[in-house]
Write a protein that binds this ligand. Structure first.
Ligand code: ZN
Length: 277
């Protein structure tokens, strides 16, 4: 499930990227034996793949401002198998759990992306349920990354696939380096749409009945992600036989990998606040 309103957005205070980065660096240099991401994570249900440079949600925003000036192009993909742990996501009458299927899809998507030469980071590898912010922080700690969250819907024509990008967010009014955490996606909306349209195009070739272009929706996971970011939703958990979904995985993986490769030349992240307008 994707569009279900599950969490009331926690409004985060403004994030001063530069100061936090400097403070973080100082902290790491001062005590090299402490890995912030481990120190701050609860004992269970945490992602094991998060970069140790992503100590918290607040410090994870990869700003399109000064911190990104050494942009080296698109090199990695953060894959987010949605739900997990105590949250099974959508459930079919046959016992199909969204949280399990997306993990299996992620394995194939990862393989397809690696064959294209991309590095892949997963927000979870097993049956855990990192928070929305933890997952975004994993993405926001990467440079030169795009973000793909994978869902299986409980609705829609079985055998089709849809790509969503976040709907319009209020513009980032502050041009002095402050980006509200809950609007981290705002500067990337245009790139996300370009990326989403490409992936959707490949999906529609493979899965008849799928839309031709990406759609917009309010997707909580995307809102806090400071990178070109899309949600891919497969229909649906209502199939009687899980094999009907499993059969779609290679096509979904191929479409995402082709989409990322096709998007790569478009991946130019703004270096100056002025470019955000
Ligand atoms: Zn879902």
């Amino acid at each position: 499930m994707l569009l279900q309103v599950r969490n009331i957005l926690r409004i985060k205070s403004l994030v001063l990227i530069g100061l936090l980065s400097v403070a973080l660096l100082a902290a790491v240099l001062a005590s090299p034996s402490v890995i912030p991401s481990q120190a701050q994570q609860p004992a269970t249900g945490t992602p094991t793949t998060a970069s140790p440079t992503a100590p918290s949600a607040q410090a994870g925003v990869a700003s399109p401002f000064g911190a990104q000036t050494q942009q080296a192009g698109l090199s990695s993909v953060v894959l987010d198998p949605a739900h997990g742990g105590t949250d099974p996501g959508a459930r079919g009458t046959g016992g199909i759990r969204e949280s399990e299927i997306v993990l299996d899809f992620a394995i194939q998507v990862r393989r397809a992306l690696e064959l294209q030469g991309f590095q892949v980071v997963q927000t979870r590898q097993g049956n855990e349920n990192p928070s929305f912010d933890d997952r975004s922080a994993t993405a926001n700690a990467q440079r030169g990354a795009v973000f793909v969250t994978l869902h299986i819907s409980s609705t829609g024509l079985p055998g089709t696939a849809r790509v969503y990008v976040n709907s319009d967010l209020p513009p980032v009014a502050d041009s002095n380096g402050l980006i509200p955490w809950d609007r981290a996606q705002a500067p990337f909306l245009g790139l996300s749409k370009t990326f989403g349209d490409l992936v959707q195009g490949f999906l529609s070739q493979r899965f008849k009945g799928s839309p031709e272009a990406a759609q917009t929706a309010s997707v909580r996971q995307l809102r806090t992600t400071a990178a070109p970011a899309i949600a891919v939703e497969i229909s649906s958990v209502t199939v009687e036989n899980r094999a009907d979904l499993d059969r779609m995985a290679p096509g979904v993986a191929d479409a995402i990998a082709r989409g990322v490769a096709a998007f790569k030349p478009s991946y130019v992240v703004a270096n100056t606040p002025g470019a955000l307008r």
